[in-house]
Design a protein around this ligand. Structure first.
Ligand code: EPU
Length: 331
């Protein structure tokens, strides 16, 4: 899962007086209510702690689940007209929203029109809102191997495209035949996956465009073979990754031969705690929420671990989790 900025305006540095902002958000909400189709969801002040796997984060000013591509185009157009930044949310599994929340229109493609997985000529056409697990199981049912690694990633197709998600040696863009997306003007295009410019944990064009879905490819194989691979991926994940709420890997691996998890483990930091945020004792690159963690707790843990890696190993750890939103203001 992942969020992206569509407008050039940085949410973190958004300089506007609170009143002007409240008015813009209210206007945007009113205008959206007037154009969205019946199945769409529209809310004010939606807590992001409910929409992220780490279970922290303050409210999004306006939250929308379009029911159709037409709704999505309208939402992007209205946000631009009102000068409101747009973030696209996947399953929130790679996301840390600060406690003050997001001064933005948050768009989730969770409605059925965006979440279909269809079989087309030995391939799968997948909507951005489909879960990766759903895709892995559809590939099994279609007799396609090569997509088993997706089963273990707790994200959506859209988030996996945005982040070029990877696990168990596989990468999202290895299996993307074509990518379908919408630009900020609501225009839909489809390009070959190889032309999308994806790299390690990144597909830069999806910072400014909304992924609508992708055609994914695999190779024909027998069901037993595919099921064995799914079971293998599942077993590896359950034995090497924690079960508590987390946002997956916190840091990028600094080098292929230096996984962040091993480095943090070697520094003796498993179990390090700030409030209810803790460096997992199963996998040191996962920071888990023991129940009542705040985003501030998690960010303080991130700061402490980065400092130790810098001072003791000379390594600059870079966040892999996407960190967005405003700090909470003092009561
Ligand atoms: N290791 C330790 N201690 C730990 C954790 C790991 O010594 O606490 C060692 C492992 O024993 C292994 C090495 O570090 O020798 C690498 O660990 P692992 O196989 O778990 O892979 P990783 O590089 O830590 C990457 C992805 C994961 C993905 C796994 C499985 C990144 C940043 N992480 O982890 O992706 O699930 O491979 O393929 O590239 C994510 O992106 O959120 C994520 C979890």
């Amino acid at each position: 899962m992942s969020m992206l900025k569509l407008s050039g305006e940085a949410v973190d540095g958004l300089l506007c007086d609170a009143l002007g902002r409240a008015e813009r958000m209210a206007d945007l909400h009113r205008d959206l209510a007037g154009v969205l189709s019946a199945g769409a969801v529209l809310r004010r002040d939606e807590p992001m702690s409910r929409r992220t796997t780490l279970r922290v984060g303050g409210p999004a000013d306006v939250y929308v689940e379009p029911a159709t591509e037409g709704d999505l185009g309208e939402a992007l157009g209205l946000a631009m007209a009102h000068g409101v930044p747009v973030f696209v949310l996947g399953r929130g599994s790679n996301l840390l929203v600060r406690d003050g929340g997001l001064r933005a229109l948050v768009v989730s493609l969770a409605q059925p029109a965006f979440a279909r997985v269809e079989r087309v000529e030995g391939r799968l056409r997948c909507g951005a809102g489909a879960s990766l697990r759903q895709v892995a199981l559809a590939a099994r049912d279609a007799g396609l191997t090569g997509l088993e690694f997706l089963e273990g990633i707790p994200g959506s197709v859209g988030g996996a495209l945005r982040m070029n998600a990877g696990a168990m040696g596989g990468w999202m863009f290895d299996v993307v035949e074509t990518l379908r997306f919408m630009d900020a003007q609501g225009v839909v295009q489809e390009v070959p996956g190889a032309e999308a410019g994806a790299g390690y944990r990144e597909c830069p064009m999806l910072r400014t465009h909304v992924a609508l879905g992708a055609v994914l490819k695999g190779s024909p194989a027998g069901r037993a073979e595919i099921e064995a691979r799914l079971a293998d991926s599942n077993r590896k994940r359950w034995t090497s990754q924690p079960k508590q709420p987390s946002a997956g890997c916190t840091f990028k691996n600094p080098r292929p031969d230096l996984p962040a998890g091993r480095l943090i483990d070697e520094l003796g930091l498993k179990g390090l705690r700030v409030g209810d945020a803790m460096v997992s004792d199963v996998h040191a690159n996962f920071f888990v929420n023991l129940g009542r963690a705040t985003a501030a707790d998690v960010l303080e843990l991130v700061r402490q671990v980065r400092e130790r890696a810098r001072l003791e190993r000379g390594v600059e750890l870079e966040a892999e989790v996407e960190i967005v939103g405003e700090e909470a203001t003092a009561p």
